[in-house]
Ligand binder design. Structure first.
Ligand SMILES: Nc1ncnc2c1ncn2[C@@H]1O[C@H](COP(=O)(O)OP(=O)(O)OP(=O)(O)O)[C@@H](O)[C@H]1O
Length: 586
């Protein structure tokens, strides 16, 4: 899939509002959670009622111990008589089977709801993160490892869905356990207590493995996050690493981390499986003990003992399953936590709201007493800078490396807020202007340009359908790129390769320039935008840009050291140590 193709499966019900469970606040609708809870409660009641009906069934079939017919058995038989139903074994058997079937149907409905909610959790987190990322301030991107977000969008969002699934399954098992225990208590409170004790013994004895699995899951998640983050960064910059044969150090680090991940994964899988494996023997021992106590010490009727054994087994099994689901929750919880943190962090970095005035660029722009420092305590990068540009000016901005040229551009783009002074557009301070509208008037080619792994046409339009092929060709022509694009086998539909790697440096620059021109901007900002071009092509581009400035009033700010630009500019401005050192008009 390419960056600008529409996403294949956009979930339509991802916008959910009401919080229910602590960990999933705001991700799942209360309606869905209540539907699941109701299904599980009624499923368990139906199942429990079916099991309890075994009591009268055994009595009717002839327990041989009529003195010991349990009160529950009598209640069910009386209920049937009140409903004028026969207490025939076939009907009782039907109730037992009906209970199980009803439980099956209701659990399928609950699982459908859970499935939908799992998809919603992952989708909502992904949508939230992407939206927050696109709205974040520039300085936030600069400080984040890219891998953090790809990991959050992929692995961690899935883990969040798994965590919800596990927590709902766990709640469902616990609800079933409570219903079974209630029915058990109706039959015999002593055996209900015994069931609770058995469940507690099992949970207590297996808790150690649960905690070990939790710790291993956390370790794995942390290591994987760091590995994926680093891997993404390394792959972006792999060319010089490979060219100089210096990838060995990364391979070593990668290897060490992966070994730790393997260790943690082994521990986690072992703890999980041990938990599962030990549940059955513990249950068998307790069951044998329970049957002995019930028959020999409490001298309960056989029918009760059969039903109680069933209830005990069921309760202990669902309790064990709840514990396994808790383990699954722990395994996925860190992914959930991490992706939620990423969403919260990114949302907190939202670009601050600016004024709402509509920008124009008819007269010109000016920088007034502009002062800017990146971090508190650092030396200022720009120091009370003053510069005026008239609309239609072609200004060449020069100056030594680190003088503050890119910083000045970033302030003009509204990526940073100056601590002193401001940028004025037709006399209106940038702080009062709607930034989105202002940026839509700008064409920008950065120093380190990246093309997307998509067609040349999509790289120029950035996926916006409002541009036709004719618009793209016009922009390519102005950028001196039309000739070479036409000669490519697929023309406009040629794929530019990963980060544009299928094109030469100069070709990439020209596509990026076409991208900056396609929407017919009022201001064109070029940051060393023709550094990779041969003098002839550079000349052609400068002439085209100068013509646009002359004929259409396009204002151009070009950061450059190339003499061809300096000769064609209407003004040449030299920046040094954050101040204008020289400004000459040609
Ligand atoms: N994100 C940042 N955080 C902190 N300091 C920064 C940041 N970006 C740039 N700087 C610092 O600000 C100063 C000016 O950098 P800037 O990129 O604006 O210079 P420049 O004139 O464009 O340099 P070059 O010609 O080398 O691109 C430098 O000292 C740089 O270290």
């Amino acid at each position: 899939m390419t960056p600008f193709s529409p996403s294949p499966a956009a979930p339509d019900k991802a916008r959910l509002r009401m919080p229910l469970l602590h960990h999933f606040g705001g991700l799942i609708s209360t309606r869905r959670n209540v539907a699941v809870a109701l299904c599980v409660v009624f499923a368990s009641i139906a199942d429990g009622f079916g099991i309890a009906t075994l009591l009268p069934l055994i009595s009717v079939l002839g327990d041989g111990d009529s003195n010991k017919v349990s009160p529950t058995s009598q209640i069910i038989l009386e209920l049937l008589r009140d409903l004028h139903l026969p207490t025939h074994p076939a009907l009782l058997l039907g109730i037992v089977v009906g209970g199980v079937l009803t439980k099956g149907v209701l659990m399928i409905v609950a699982l459908r709801q859970i499935g939908g909610a799992v998809a919603d959790v992952a989708a909502k987190l992904r949508i939230g993160l992407v939206e927050a990322l696109l709205r974040a301030r520039w300085s936030y991107y600069v400080r984040q490892p890219v891998g953090r977000f790809s990991n959050a969008l992929g692995v961690e969002a899935n883990a969040a869905g798994d965590a919800y699934n596990a927590s709902m399954q766990m709640l469902s098992q616990l609800v079933q356990a409570v219903v079974y225990l209630t029915i058990a208590a109706l039959v015999s409170w002593k055996l209900a207590l015994f069931t609770i004790a058995v469940s507690a013994v099992m949970l207590g004895s297996l808790n150690r493995f649960l905690l070990s699995a939790k710790r291993s899951a956390k370790t794995q998640q942390k290591l994987l996050r760091s590995i994926l983050g680093r891997l993404t960064d390394v792959l972006i910059g792999i060319k010089p690493m490979k060219a100089m044969g210096r990838q060995a150090r990364f391979a070593q680090l990668f290897d060490r981390d992966l070994r730790d991940v393997r260790k943690a994964a082994r521990r986690q899988v072992f703890s999980r499986n041990v938990n599962k494996a030990l549940q059955e023997p513990i249950l068998a021992i307790c069951l044998a003990l329970g049957i002995f106590v019930a028959l020999r010490i409490l001298e309960l009727p056989t029918s009760e003992v059969i039903v109680m054994s069933l209830l005990l087994a069921k309760t202990v099994i669902v309790t064990g399953k709840a514990q396994q689901e808790l383990q699954n929750f722990y395994a996925a919880q860190h992914g959930l936590k991490s992706v939620r943190e990423a969403v919260v962090d990114t949302r907190a970095q939202r670009e601050p709201p600016q004024g709402g005035r509509t920008p124009t660029l008819q007269q010109g722009l000016s920088f007034r007493d502009l002062s800017f420092t990146y971090d508190q305590g650092d030396a200022p990068t720009l120091r009370g800078l003053n510069l005026d540009m008239r609309a239609g000016d072609l200004v060449a901005l020069t100056g030594p490396s680190g003088a503050g040229k890119t910083t000045l551009i970033d302030l003009l783009l509204g990526f940073h807020r100056a601590q002193g002074g401001d940028v004025y557009i037709d006399g209106v301070p940038l702080a009062e202007i709607d930034l989105q509208q202002w940026r839509s008037l700008i064409g920008y080619v950065p120093q380190e340009l990246i093309l997307f792994h998509d067609t040349i046409a999509a790289n120029v339009t950035l996926g916006e359908p409002r541009f036709t092929d004719a618009d793209v060709e016009r922009a390519l022509l102005a950028a001196g790129a039309l000739d070479f694009v036409r000669k490519l086998p697929q023309g406009l539909q040629t794929i530019a390769g990963e980060r544009g790697s299928a094109l030469s440096g100069g070709q990439r620059q020209r596509i990026a320039l076409a991208r900056a021109l396609v929407h017919q901007p009022r201001l064109l900002i070029l940051d060393e935008a023709t550094s990779a071009l041969d003098p002839e092509t550079e000349r052609l581009i400068i002439d085209n840009v100068a013509r646009l400035a002359r004929e259409q009033g396009l204002t151009v700010l070009s950061v450059t050291h190339h003499p061809a630009w300096l000769g064609s500019a209407t003004r040449v401005v030299r920046l040094d140590a954050g101040q204008i050192a020289e400004a000459a008009t040609n």
